[in-house]
Write a protein that binds this ligand. Structure first.
Ligand code: SF4
Ligand code: MG
Length: 336
């Protein structure tokens, strides 16, 4: 069966001083129907740019898909006109963001905004759309849904607003939901509730989710598969169980150490020393993680690691696991 979404060798560039630099460099992955795929990495790793590329919501005149393919249900969507993409966005693929206030319009009621999404894609009367929007609000656990439908975004808490965004995103029963850091701005208990809710709506709607997060704790909570991105590339990919039991890439191992504890909602990733290289200073050869990697070897600066299988269904891009690299065996024995 054709995967729901296939991304092949995606290259997305940003224009800086007249030149394009790739923020996403050759990313390939599939999402199956009903699957929850986590995409994890620090900010600046290209995960948001990758998802905006799928939605074709890159900033106009600045961000551009420069190569590769994006197929939804087998049909290429990377080259579609804005008009055609508008028919897909919200209907087949929806997206939710970290801060709902940026996607909600402050001057319209909650109910009106959900109805707009519905009426944009379906021929219903206003009254039917209102009925649907109230039942959507109920389905995402909003109390007094009828009354809330007549309220404005600022009247709700952050957690309630994210519930509204989820209601809006699932209004036309999309097959794929892209959730970009949907719980990052929320406090820990609300985060857990929103993750539960997402899992619930995923099951109820037979929907696939791409969950973009800097937090491997979120991945552990709800994802089936996980992609780890660093500096615009995929550095590791596997099922969630396999990743947590046998992490391979040194970057993944550091991310694991940075998983926030339940009682502290601080962003712990600062504990990985150094910074992601900027897209205008990306090394042309070698490993992009070399300047921060505790296992780096001289060769890491001159040989570019390729994503390769380290175990069935598990891939990593690191010279320590590269079969074609003669020293590979030696480092394995040293207990990497
Ligand atoms: Fe570290 Fe080298 Fe592996 Fe890159 S290739 S992650 S620098 S060991
Ligand atoms: Mg981001």
């Amino acid at each position: 069966q054709t995967p729901l979404l296939q991304v092949k060798n995606l290259q997305t560039g940003f224009k800086i001083d007249g030149d394009y630099y790739n923020a996403v460099e050759g990313v390939s992955f599939d999402v199956d129907r009903k699957q929850i795929v986590g995409v994890v990495g620090e900010s600046g790793c290209g995960k948001s740019v990758m998802s905006l590329s799928i939605m074709q919501l890159l900033p106009q005149g600045i961000g551009k898909i420069r190569g590769g393919e994006i197929a939804f249900e087998g049909a290429d969507i990377a080259g579609l006109s804005d008009k055609k993409m508008n028919q897909i966005r919200g209907k087949d693929i929806s997206m939710i963001f970290q801060e709902p206030m940026t996607s909600l319009n402050p001057v319209f009621t909650i109910g009106y905004q959900i109805e707009e999404v519905i009426l944009n894609h379906e021929k219903l009367s206003k009254k039917e759309a209102r009925k649907r929007s109230v039942s959507l609000l109920e389905s995402v656990g909003i109390p007094r849904a009828k009354q809330i439908a007549d309220e404005y975004p600022h009247q709700l808490s952050g957690g309630m607003r994210q519930r509204v965004m989820i209601a809006m995103a699932i209004a036309c029963q999309p097959k794929l939901l892209i959730a970009d850091e949907p719980t990052t701005a929320l406090d820990v208990t609300v985060q857990a509730q929103i993750l539960d809710l997402l899992k619930g709506v995923q099951e109820a709607n037979d929907m696939a989710i791409i969950m973009i997060t800097h937090d491997l704790g979120v991945v552990a909570e709800i994802c089936d598969e996980v992609i780890v991105m660093y500096a615009g590339k995929i550095v590791e990919r596997s099922t969630v169980d396999e990743l947590f039991n046998h992490p391979k890439h040194p970057y993944t191992k550091l991310l694991m150490k940075a998983i926030p504890k339940m009682d502290e909602d601080v962003e712990k990733l600062a504990t990985i020393e150094g910074l992601v290289p900027s897209i205008i200073n990306m090394p042309e050869i070698g490993c992009r993680f070399a300047n921060r990697c505790p296992k780096a070897m001289p060769e890491c600066l001159s040989v570019t690691p390729q994503l390769g299988e380290t175990a069935p269904g598990h891939e990593a891009a690191c010279l320590l696991y590269d079969e074609s690299w003669p020293e590979n065996e030696k480092h394995h024995k040293e207990g990497v």
